[in-house]
Structure formats: C-alpha cells, structure tokens
Design a binder for this molecule. Sequence first.
Ligand code: ACM
Length: 636
Amino acid sequence: MKKKLLLGLLSLIGITGFSQTSDTSVSIIPEPVSMVKGAGYFALPDNISVSIPDLPELKATILLLQQKLAATGKRTIINGSAPVASLQFVLNKTVDKTLGNEGYRLSVRPSGIVIKANRPAGIFYSVQTLLQLLPKEIESKTAVAGTSWNVPVVEITDYPRFGWRGLMLDVARHFFTKQEVKDFIDNMARYKFNLLHMHLTDDEGWRIEIRSLPRLTSVGAWNVKRVGYFGTFSKPGADEPRNNGGFYTQDDIRELVKYAKDRFINIMPEVDIPGHSMAAIASYPELSCTPGADKYQVISGESFIDWHPGGFDALEDNTLCPANEKVYPFLNKIFTEIATLFPFEYIHVGGDECAKNFWEKSDAVKQLMQKEKLKSMEEVQSYFEKRVEKIVESKGKKLIGWDEILEGGLPPNALIMSWRGINGGIEAAKMGHQVVMSPTTFVYLDYMQGDSIYEPLVYSVLRLNKTYEFEPVPDGVDPKYILGGQANIWTEQIYNTRHLEYMTWPRSLAVSESLWSPKEKKNWNSFARKVENNFGRMDLEHVKYSRCLFDPIFTAKKDARDSLLIELSTEVEGLDIHYSFDNSHPDNDYPIYKEPLSVPREAVMFKVVTYRGDKVIGRQIDMPVSELKKRAGLIK
Ligand code: ACM
C-alpha cells in the first residue's frame, strides 16, 4: 500500500525514474539517430498549450496534432497566450547543419517539450515521433479515460539516412479508391516515408484521366471482375460486363498530390511502357505492331504471358510498338498532362518485363533496326527509352525506369530502380547513374509473409526478418549514387484495402527503419519488440497487419532412416511453440517444441501454436504431415 502511495506521489510531481524510461516504454519506429533517455516524464496538463509556426505548410500537421491530442480528453490551445507552451515547436533561425531538411531535435523535460527543426518537414516528423512517445491510446479516435498522458524524459536528435524513402502501390492490377490511397498515405506518414510511387497503368487497367486521350479511361480502366487466383482466370466472354476497375480524374490526382504534400510525401507517377501496356493497346490498338490488336481487351487476370525457364513470351502483344511513329505523339500527350499534375521531379516510365516476341515478327521493327543500326531487341527497347527520355525531359522532368532499361544501353540521364535483385543498381551506379534500390529479395511486399499452408498463395515468401535485412547500399558501391530505396506492393493477389494493409504492415516498418535509421542502430531483436508494441497502436488506428512473425517456420527433413523429421524455428525470440499430432487443438498445456520431431506412425496432422509466456501470440497452424513429407522429398 505504502509503495503504491509513494509511486502515486512521485508520478504526480513527474520525477519518478521507474517504468517510464524502461526499454518497452520508448518504442519508436524508425529508430532515431540518437536517443538519450532520462528519468521522469512530462505529464500533459489539462490545458495543453502548443506553440507552432503558423505556416501554410504546417496547417495539416497542426490539425493532426489537435486530432490526436483529442484522445486525451484535454483541451489543446494552439498558439494561445501561455507564456511557456507545453509543446514548443521552433523553426531554427540559424540552420542546424546536423539536421538537414527533414531532421529535428526533440527534448522532453518534466517541465515541457521543446522541438526544433530547420524546415517544416522536420516539425512534421517530430510530431510522428512525439505521438509514438505518448501512450498508444493517443491513436484512439475517441477520448480515452484512465490513461496517464505522460511523455518520458528523453533527448532525441533525428534525421534520415536516405532522402528517397518510398512505397510503391500498384493501383492498376486492382483499383484502390481515392480515400483508400489517402489512408495508405496516412499510414506511410506515421513511419516517415516521403515518397508514394503510384503504378498507374498496366495490362489490367489505366488509372489516370488523360483528357486528350479519353479512351484510356473509358475503355482502359475497366475489366471483368474475378476473384480467386489472379493469372489463372478464364478469359472473359463477350457478354460479361466490363464494369470492374476505375480511375482517378485529374481533380482526384490534384487532391491526392495535395493530401500527400501536406504529409511531406511526394507522389511519383508511373506509366509502365512499352510492355505492360494492354490497357493502352485495348484503348488505342493502332499503337501496336501486331495485326489483330483491335480484338484485344483489358486483361481481367487471365493468363496471357507464357512464363518459362528461359524467359517469357506474350500470347497477345501487350506492347507499344517502338517502330510505330504514332506512339511518340501519344506519349507526348500523356506526359504533357502528367507533368502538369505531379510536381515531383521524376516520372517513372516502367520498362520492365517487355515481351519482345511480337517485335521479332514485325516488319516495322525489322525496318527500324536496319535504319537505326540496332542489333538486338534490347537495343530496340533502348531506342524507345531514349526517345521517351527526350519527351519526359521536354516537360521539365527527369526519367526513372526499372532496371531492364539498362539492357541495350541506358538513356543518358536516367535514374534506375533496381528490382531484379541488386545487380542492376550496382551496374547503373558504376556507370555513374543514380539508383533507387527496390530488390525483390528484400522489399517485394506482394510476397507471402509466412508459410503457404496458411497465407493467401503468392509465388514466393519474404518474411519480416528478411525484409529487415534490407541494406540499400551494396558493398563496393559509392553511397553517393544511392538515393534510397522503396518497397513495392504489387496487387495482382490483393483484392481489397484490408488485405493491402495486411501485406504492407509490418514489413514496411522494417523498410522504414532501413531507410531512415543509421545502419549501426538497426537491431532485429529490439525492432521485433518495437513491432509488437506498435501493433497495439495499429489496432487503435484500425490498420490491419500480419502477425506471421509469431508463427513458426517449418523445415521438413529426411532422417537417417528416410523418415520425416520436423524442425521448427521462430523469427522472434522468447516464444514457446506447443504442438499436437492427435488432431486436437494445442494450447500451453501441450508439449513445447525443443528439438527436431519424428512423426508418430499413423499421424496425419501436425498442429502448432506459439505462446509468449502464458499468452497465445501466434495463430494455430494445421500442417498436414503429407505436406511435410512432400517438402522433405519423401512423397510426390
Ligand atoms: C517489376 O516487379 N516487374 C518491376
């Protein structure tokens, strides 16, 4: 009783050195550059006075702060008459060279909080950090009673490692509404991402209004709705309604650009050409090299590319024809309109996975090769990219493309986005080009996060701990060429916004830490603990996320007698895996996995569930023994 009373008194005067400064109470993602924790805390007063520069760039930041502080049930007074505000945000008059444009210093003392930055972006990021220093209930949409609104005493100096901290959202395979994109932007902003790359066009849809080319959206934005396994769907019949999809009007785009800018995020548009262009070809078939293109339709998830060990061939020609002079004025119209809509300095022109089998058959392409002395199909694509670069640059923009645009010769000023591993990035950097790293091996967020036995099926797995290993600067590359990195969320198998969130989080937390925090500050165990803490915030924000990091990893092996041996491991430390072979649902009264297991003779099902202490933390996984035998090569 007495101890309780003492703690209560100490907490009233804000000088306790107990739990407030323990590791679990400060859990900031991405990890700040420097964070020195002290004793005690600042308790938010009943009237929270805030002084903050009254600038148009900070209007949305102020609104965010007010909305969040409403969860405390206290009164927030912005730029009122308090002689010393509880929260003081200051823009430096003399530039603090350490901080750059996006950094900040945040000082919490028992008497109040002072934040300093050179630029409004730093103020915005400091608010994101401050919110993470407050109890998770700050994320509640309604006022929360019974929470101690204390901010631990801490001195933070923080600024990003990279200037390009991106997420790519594919709105072409499945369309996401303007509001859904805004929600995505809000989630990005919390973790200090500053670039949203919108993949706006593909075989399955054209998502941006181009006023001079109306068929791109009247035809190109629509296909036939299917659910199941995208890429295996039946080809739509002529009588099936083409009413699935959508597009952003130019007003929508302006609204999104402004919404993102208010959160210090740029939007980079991608028009994926010359491949991945069936939506454009279905709208304007005269842009193809291939007779019969007027019969083509926007793809609805049916298979139309033959992927084989040596590469891929299109079964229908989904490319813009580099030898067709109509293509370039068409692109000129598109990039003219796009350049006026997006202030960001780069336009992404795709360039990936361009099937060339129809070009090989085209007389027009053969003539182009003769005329331009092009020796290969890669050089034909390079010819195309160089002309595209001139168009993009004529609009005052710079060109960026996927790493395929290296093949056959790079456009002179191009920025490369390295996705097929890191080699494209290394090659481009060695040629003196700038690079954004986005390798499948670490940051392809369309891949499954856990075992295919329970995750929605995609062709590859990328666990959180592997994403956390993402290092944008490859060995031997001069860091000055690496602008940063981004993760890509392709949406072939993502049909709705809740699943989009599930695939994005928590892996994007790992990406944010790889792009913002100093390399030497990264630590998997500490990050995993922060992720776990952060889930409570995401619950209150109603953001869906994957808990796969708590599920065991199965390894199936043959033992010396050619019988199945099951090994289990976990991504996260400190978990117990309980299991059964008798078809019943395991709980923490069941055996704990300690060493590789042999399977009882007639068992058909291996069930596992993970606990942290006495709390269940993973989901129950039912793994058929036959599946494990297949993986071990014991049966077909
Ligand atoms: C890509 O993933 N095709 C860039």
